[in-house]
Ligand binder design. Structure first.
Ligand SMILES: NC(=O)c1ccc[n+]([C@@H]2O[C@H](COP(=O)([O-])OP(=O)(O)OC[C@H]3O[C@@H](n4cnc5c(N)ncnc54)[C@H](O)[C@@H]3O)[C@@H](O)[C@H]2O)c1
Ligand SMILES: [Zn+2]
Length: 350
């Protein structure tokens, strides 16, 4: 089969690989649609170290091709969504409620990390019964594929921020993750949602998904504006959806005493991420920092699909480009260099 791989740091291309085979609990999925993630760029730039011939990608849907002997819930031909994170559900971390950390910190992240990813004609899913969900007939593959990571991660940002109904929220960065955090904040009943973003097209999408006010950090001091918008006391919840020291610090600064700073971004630079001491209430203002890695699992995927089925959110408006799998090299370049106003490139398989 054909796979799109990382050959080394900064180098990608196609490779021929054998179609994977399932262990007793596993499933092999024939890929139909995939999305490229900003994290795929981080990987190719060396975030997880050098890799040779590692298949990229972790956001995909497909059709069941083959199932292991213990798999009960799926059969060949089923249309399925697979979480980007595929935990080992018997691991103590999973039993303790931290399935994304199963096996090791971030250990639930296997695709294009510790095993081949989904940018291939077929891919392998560990513990298929627990890590995939059937896609309802009324939900398209093009929509369902957003649940694998974008809805799960963005909604996690809202969930981990414990947004009270009617509460105030600031979302720092309105890329696809921040956009889904914005949609998540709205679903959770936020009373005021402030989106921080400079790119007009992304500002518009943020409004579409529920932002009431847009703050353009390139034109004004985002912290001062958010404090002004909240009567000087700050928001209940600040969501970090970029992965930079600056936005993380801004999140701490705009969160009121007793509030939550919910981190979604990948902090890939520098030795430290800094907590602003005074605005943190010198360690005593009961500001809680939460972190998380895109939750996976069948139950969560089923819940996310229900959101699409009931038309609460339509993530397909984030699809800015569509490429055939054969054009993956170009698609990857467009996403990596953020060319042509790209937000999410959808990859179509035969
Ligand atoms: N925690 C997880 O499980 C998880 C999952 C997927 C992605 N991520 C991470 O989430 C982050 C966001 O991903 P994405 O695909 O949405 O990214 P993206 O690159 O598409 O979007 C980032 C946005 O940040 C905006 N921005 C830049 N500087 C800013 C500033 N100072 N203030 C506010 N906005 C600013 C940009 O204009 C851009 O729109 C990445 O770090 C990614 O690796 C985390
Ligand atoms: Zn992703």
């Amino acid at each position: 089969m054909k796979a799109f791989v990382m050959r080394g740091i900064g180098r990608v291309g196609f490779a021929d690989k054998p179609i994977p085979t399932p262990g007793p609990d596993d499933v092999i999925v024939k890929t139909t649609r995939a999305l490229i993630c900003t994290s795929d760029s981080h990987t190719v730039r060396g975030a997880i170290g050098p890799r040779e011939n590692l298949t990229l990608g972790h956001e995909a849907v497909g059709v069941v091709h083959q199932v292991g002997s213990n798999v009960k819930l799926f059969k060949p031909g089923d249309r399925v969504l697979v979480g980007a994170i595929t935990p080992d559900w018997g691991d103590p971390a999973s039993q303790a409620g931290h399935s994304s950390q199963s096996g090791a910190p971030l250990g639930g992240w296997k695709f294009s990390n510790t095993k081949d990813g989904v940018f291939a004609e077929y891919f392998h899913v560990n513990e298929g019964d627990a890590n995939m969900a059937k896609i309802p007939d009324s939900v398209s593959d093009e929509a369902a594929v957003y649940c694998a990571d974008m809805l799960s991660t963005g909604f996690m940002g809202a969930e981990n921020g414990y947004i009270p109904i009617g509460g105030t929220v600031a979302v720092f960065a309105e890329g696809p993750v921040g956009l889904m955090a914005t949609a998540g904040a709205k679903l959770r009943g936020a009373g005021l949602i402030i989106g921080v973003e400079s790119v007009p097209q992304r500002q518009e999408l943020a409004r579409h998904f529920g932002a009431d006010v847009i703050v353009d950090f390139s034109k004004e001091d985002a912290v001062a504006r958010i404090l002004a918008l909240t009567g000087g006391i700050g928001v209940d919840t600040a969501i970090e959806a970029l992965g930079s020291d600056v936005t993380f610090q801004s999140c701490v600064k705009v969160t009121k005493a007793g509030g939550f700073i919910s981190n979604c971004g990948y902090h890939g630079e520098g030795e430290f991420v800094h907590v602003p001491r005074v605005e943190w209430g010198v360690g005593m203002a009961e500001k809680t920092i939460t972190t998380g890695l895109c939750p996976g699992g069948r139950l969560r995927m089923e819940r996310l699909l229900r959101i699409l089925e009931m038309k609460r959110v339509d993530p397909t408006v984030m699809t800015s480009h569509t490429f055939a799998f054969d054009d993956m090299e170009r698609a990857f370049e467009v996403m990596d260099k953020k060319l042509d106003g790209v937000i999410k490139p959808l990859i179509v398989f035969e």
